[in-house]
Write a new protein. Structure first.
Length: 227
């Protein structure tokens, strides 16, 4: 009994933490498609998406598309040159190829329209299937975005030039242990990419501790029966 207790407590102290995952939107099967659910590249974290697209000339009230679009920046027959091919880091000269990026759709792809981001912006909300820690993301193509979590934490960032991108790190723990994130594009076009998240772990070793306590209970009952 003492040996089991000692082993359980040691396991609690040595239990590991969470690992970082990325929503990179690079799944080849999802390029230039509308999505309502996304998963990190390692398959560890999933979120459903709620989208609201602001009205513009192509996205009118009567036929408004409220969908998230994974935009293929490298290979697609797309309707937005600013989101195609290489990107220059905002304020610098580094070139990056983004693969897929997530945007608010402007066009009805089912009608044969080319994939394009909504010129007047809107919001994309990630509803995570588990609590996560959010630590950073990338912005593409002349966008100004405010991220708000369900706990009220807020972070604003932007990219100034068409065809440019930049990476943003949150830098503190305001976005830890949250279950939803809303990306508000305001009235701007643009896209997001490479959301850095990690699952919020259970208190270190809690499952092992509960298993150990359960074993103690079973052993105690057996001993009482034998007595």
């Amino acid at each position: 009994m003492k040996t089991l207790l000692t082993t359980t407590l040691l396991s609690v102290g040595l239990a590991g933490g969470a690992f970082a995952s990325t929503f990179d939107f690079n799944d080849a099967a999802l390029q230039d498609t509308l999505v309502d659910r996304v998963t990190t590249s390692d398959g560890a974290i999933t979120a459903t998406l709620d989208v609201f697209a602001n009205r513009n000339y192509f996205n009118r009230d009567a036929n408004r598309v409220h969908e998230a679009l994974i935009f293929d920046t490298e290979n697609g027959a797309d309707g937005d040159p600013d989101l195609q091919s290489g990107f220059v880091r905002d304020g610098g000269s580094d070139v990056s190829f983004a693969g897929g990026v997530l945007a608010i759709s402007e066009n009805d792809l089912s009608a044969g329209d080319l994939p394009d981001d909504n010129a007047n912006g809107g919001t994309i909300t990630f509803n995570f299937l588990q609590a996560i820690n959010f630590t950073g993301f990338s912005i593409y193509d002349d966008a100004s975005i405010t991220v708000t979590a369900n706990n009220g934490a807020s972070f604003s960032a932007g990219v100034e030039d068409d065809g440019a991108f930049n990476d943003f790190a949150i830098g503190d723990e305001r976005f830890f242990n949250v279950t939803s994130l809303t990306f508000d594009f305001g009235n701007h076009s643009g896209a997001i990419d490479d959301l850095q998240v990690s699952a919020v772990p259970l208190p270190a070793g809690l499952p092992l501790l509960l298993a150990g306590l359960g074993a103690f209970g079973i052993a105690g009952r057996r001993r009482r029966k034998q007595a």
